[in-house]
Design a protein around this ligand. Sequence first.
Ligand code: SAH
Length: 340
Amino acid sequence: MDIYSQSLQDLENYFLDIGEKKFKAVQVYDWLYRKKVTSFEEMSNIKKTIIEKLKQDFKITLPSIVKVQNGKEVNKYLFELSDKERVEAVLMLHDYGNSLCLSTEVGCNMGCAFCESGRRKKVRNLEAGEMVGQILAVMQSSGLKVTHVVLMGIGEPFDNYDNVLKFIKIINSDYGLALGARHITVSTCGIIPKIKEFTKEKLQVNLAISLHAPNDNLRSKIMKINKVYNINELIKVVKDYIKVTNRRVTFEYVLLKDVNDSEKCAHELANLLRGMNCYVNLIPYNATSHLEFKRADKKTILKFYDILKKEKIGVTIRREFGTEVSAACGQLRSSYEEEL
Ligand code: SAH
């Protein structure tokens, strides 16, 4: 078992099972997440016999960083996992803190037409500990504290629901990294049954929905998932989510030149979202090897923004961080594999 996949409660149960006091779990968490040691031997307030037992029962390895690309306000990391599979994460340095965009799966089955990650079918889910490990490895390598986490790297978080939920509990734990729920963002392409399940968790994390089109016809062309769960159903569950959690939801909208960037699309989007406690995050497309898609012109992006604003829909344009370091999801891994 991976020590970084253990919730505090898992570890408490483990210690009880081996006839030890459960507060040992808090001590182990303290070593792992506050003092950030990477071997059991360093846990100096824990008896030798227990250390030996921990060594037998758990592995304590972080994903290894095989490539780092440093930009001005962004560092990009390529990791190798214990089975040699590779995933990536991007650290963005904002004025409000350092936000790590990390991966949840090796590959992705969602197959969005414009997205690099989907070029490779899902090989496997990441364990909760492999997501935690991306945070710890980045902190270790950069010397910086990660204050915010967004699940927008490779993979669809809700196609790996149980591990993602566990991951959130682990990093949110007061005894661990203590990352506040409001500093954690989960992004989904819209897997409705999982959004419903997530609603019941009543977490205070941020939910982002990759919408990218205001109608089914267009959305189904660029996002396969829409053929399974259409926009009306999606909006319905998101409204329910907002009602239950009282949280504002983000809709992501990647602006693709001549695909979804028309004024008509902007008005249609405004009509779709009117009255909801939400805002739209307009994302300038990062060109990838999907050559058929291009970034919308700056003027078009601003026009789209203005229309939403005038229609009284909350809207932001995503600041660009990653273009110079190929930060669109899946791009670093792809380019690395092409080099090999
Ligand atoms: N599977 C999840 C999270 C990963 S993708 C989801 O779909 O939400 C994170 C966001 O980046 C999504 O909104 C995705 O559509 C978008 N994205 C993918 N490729 C991109 C690119 N080349 N440029 C800009 N955004 C991209």
